[in-house]
Design a protein around this ligand. Structure first.
Ligand code: GRF
Length: 212
C-alpha cells in the first residue's frame, strides 16, 4: 500500500516534481496526496495542479507574526489530506517545535549540501568559498534544530574547475532529484537507518517495515 505523502514547497518545486514522477511507478511506496505552499505564486503549485494533485496555499503573511496560527492552519490541511509523511521540498519557513513535534520522525527535508557542512542558506557560494572539492545534498529527518536532524541519505557531486554557484547548484539539483525519491522510498520501507547513532529520533511508520 502506498503511504500518503504531503509535500511543502515555497518555490519552483522541482524536487516535488521528482517525487511526483517517482510516485507514478506502481512499485514506489508513496503517493503524493497534497502539495502545500506558503507562497501563493509558487510555480510548483501549478505543476502539482496540472498533475491532478490537491494543492493548498497557507500564506504566512496572512498570519503576521503568529507562527503558531500559521502552522495550525498548515496542520489542518495536512490532517485533512490524511498525510502520513511530510516532505519539505524548498519550504522556506523555519518550523516551530509545534509542527516539528506533531510530525516527529515522519517529516523529511532535502538540503543542498553534505550536512553537517553548510547548514542554512547560500550553500553553493559557501562551498566554493571554502574550497570544497566535494559538495552535494542531504535528506534528513526534521528536528527542532534546523538542518541537524538524523541523516537518511546523501549524494555527493564534484566541485569542478571554473564552477560558479549557478553551475554547482545545477549539478547538485540533478543529484537532489535522484536522491529524494530514493531516500523517501527507503525511509518508508524501513531501510534507511538515520545517523548518527545515539541521537536516533526516527520512528518507523507503523507497519512499514518490509512492506510497500
Ligand atoms: C533545493 O535546492 C532544496 O535542496 C532546497 O531548496 C531548493 C528547492 O528547489 N531546500 P525546488 O523548489 O525543489 O526546485
Amino acid at each position: 500500500m502506498k503511504r500518503r505523502v504531503a509535500v511543502l514547497i515555497s518555490g519552483r518545486g522541482s524536487n516535488m516534481r521528482s517525487l511526483l514522477a517517482a510516485c507514478a511507478d506502481a512499485a514506489f511506496p508513496a503517493e503524493i496526496v497534497q502539495v502545500l505552499s506558503n507562497v501563493p505564486a509558487a510555480p510548483g503549485l501549478a505543476a502539482a495542479a496540472d498533475a491532478g494533485i490537491a494543492t493548498a496555499v497557507v500564506d504566512h503573511r496572512r498570519f503576521g507574526r503568529d507562527r503558531a496560527a500559521h502552522e495550525a492552519a498548515v496542520q489542518a490541511v495536512l490532517h485533512g489530506a490524511g498525510a502520513e509523511v511530510v516532505c519539505l521540498a524548498g519550504y522556506g519557513r523555519l518550523l516551530t517545535p509545534y509542527l516539528v513535534g506533531l510530525w516527529q520522525g515522519r517529516m523529511l527535508n532535502i538540503h543542498p549540501s553534505l550536512l553537517p557542512a553548510f547548514p542554512g542558506l547560500r550553500t553553493h557560494e559557501r562551498a566554493l568559498a571554502a574550497g570544497a572539492k566535494l559538495h552535494g545534498c542531504t535528506v534528513h529527518v526534521v528536528t527542532e534544530a534546523t538542518d541537524e536532524g538524523p541523516i537518511l541519505a546523501q549524494a555527493a557531486v564534484p566541485v569542478l574547475p571554473g564552477d560558479d554557484a549557478d553551475r554547482l547548484a545545477a549539478r547538485v539539483l540533478a543529484a537532489e532529484h535522484r536522491l529524494y525519491p530514493a531516500a523517501l522510498a527507503a525511509f518508508i520501507r524501513g531501510d534507511a537507518a538515520p545517523a548518527p547513532a545515539g541521537a536516533v529520533l526516527f520512528n518507523p511508520l507503523p507497519g512499514s517495515a518490509g512492506s510497500d
